[in-house]
Structure formats: C-alpha cells, structure tokens
Ligand binder design. Structure first.
Ligand code: G3P
Ligand code: CA
Length: 236
C-alpha cells in the first residue's frame, strides 16, 4: 500500500499547514505530512503556503517581508501559523514522517540544520519545484533525501519538456524522488519508467478514490492527499 502523505496536513478538514491539520492527519492514519516552508523577515522558517498574506487578511503583503509575530497574528481558520521546529517536534514525538516543501531559495541550509538538530534525517524528505533550493540542501548535507516537484501551471518550454521526460532533471538535480502532479500529461505512462529507473514516486494531490487506486496500481510509493482518512479507507 502506498504511503499516505497528508497535503498541508488533513487540509480537507482542518486549516491547512497548522498543527491542528497535522494532528488530525496523524489520527487519520497518514504516514507522512507535507508542509510548506518560507522564511520570515526575522529569520524563522514559517509553515505557510501562499506568497502573500492576502487570503487570510485581505492585504497582499509578501510573506518573506513579514516578521513571525505578524504571521502568527493571522487567523488561519481559528489556528495560527506554526514554525518548522514545532512540526519537527511533533514528528519526533509521534514518529510521523515529514515532506518539507521549500517554497523559497536561501533556506536550504537552515532547514537541514533544524532537521539534523531534531535528529530526524531518516524521517524527512525535502521537496521543491526550485532546483536551486534542492541544491542548497544537497550542499548542506547530501544524506538528506530530496524530491523534485513538477506541476502543471508553468508554460516555460524547458520546464514543460522536463515534465514529459523527467529523467534528465532527476539525474541533474541528484534527487531520490519525483513528485509529479497526477494531472501531468502522460504521467501514468511515465510513472512505471521512473520507478524502474530507481526513483521513489510520490504523486500529488489526489482526493478521488478511483484515482488513488489507479496510482497505487502503477506502483507509486506515496499519495499526497488532502483526505488521509479517505486514502486509508480506499487503499487498505
Ligand atoms: O507537494 C505537492 C504540492 O504541495 C505542491 O503544490 O501548491 O500545494 O504546494 P502546492
Ligand atoms: Ca506544498
């Protein structure tokens, strides 16, 4: 059965990227939590998805220009923005694995430092759409597992080409895993080839039971979902 990876926590039921969503994901049987990380203006690694705070306070302030206190003053559906250390502590206590997505460059070393300090290197994979961010992690500690993310929202021809034939990028960025959108063109044909080439494949973001079953049959190791409970029931 594929690993159930809770996308921003159990975010179909609890405010995304909050401790409430991570705790619920654990209770719903997820084996791993996916979370988004960005730097604050005062040097913390905040768990936050969007580029700006607009979705939560109506003000388009870039997250990286906010201090942690400003981010933690936001009302995230009744919850507050955590920092990476809190999620690492939760993972250390519960044993749940983490998929830490770096949304920015310049924080790879700090992320690795915190993961090592928490003694969680074996429990963590660091993912990113940004090759430079993955390179920073590799430079800081090549033992930390890394995953290259691919999506469907870019029209850059070079990135589009990588999506159709990801092998060159996977080798070039020296990652252990490929994290494609399940909606990438031809992805169902490419997944078995990437698996055969020895890469781990974790697919996002899959909330429909039928699609979960299809991807499991293709041999993916992980399914990233907003609904860990549904994935548990579907894939068990
Ligand atoms: O890990 C996959 C997924 O989280 C990437 O997209 O926008 O939800 O961070 P996004
Ligand atoms: Ca993410």
């Amino acid at each position: 059965m594929p690993l159930i990876i809770a996308h921003r926590g159990a975010s179909a039921y609890a405010p995304e990227n909050t401790m409430a969503a991570f705790e619920l994901a654990y209770r719903q049987g997820a084996g791993m939590i996916e979370l988004d990380v960005q730097p604050t203006a005062d040097g913390y690694l905040a768990v936050f998805h969007d580029d700006t705070t607009e979705r939560w306070d109506g003000r388009p302030r870039p997250v990286t220009t906010c201090r942690l206190a400003e981010l933690q003053a936001l009302d995230i559906g009744g919850e507050r923005v955590p920092i990476l250390e809190e999620v690492l502590a939760f993972a250390a206590t519960t044993g749940i694995a983490l998929n830490i997505e770096l949304k920015a460059v310049g924080i790879g070393r700090q992320c690795v430092h915190l993961v090592r300090q928490a003694r969680l290197v074996d429990q963590v994979i660091v993912s990113s759409f940004v090759p430079v961010a993955l390179r920073e992690v590799q430079t800081a500690d090549p033992v930390v597992r890394r995953a290259y993310l691919m999506g469907t929202r870019t029209y850059r021809p070079d990135v589009r080409l990588r999506e159709l034939w990801p092998f060159l990028a996977l080798r070039r960025f020296a990652v252990a895993a490929w994290h494609p959108s399940h909606e990438l063109p031809l992805v169902d044909r490419i997944i078995p080839l990437v698996r055969k080439a020895g890469y781990q494949v974790n697919v996002w973001t899959v909330d429909a039971p039928q699609r979960m079953r299809q991807l499991a049959a293709l041999g993916v190791q992980g399914i990233i979902t907003n609904r860990p409970d549904l994935a548990s029931a579907t894939l068990a």
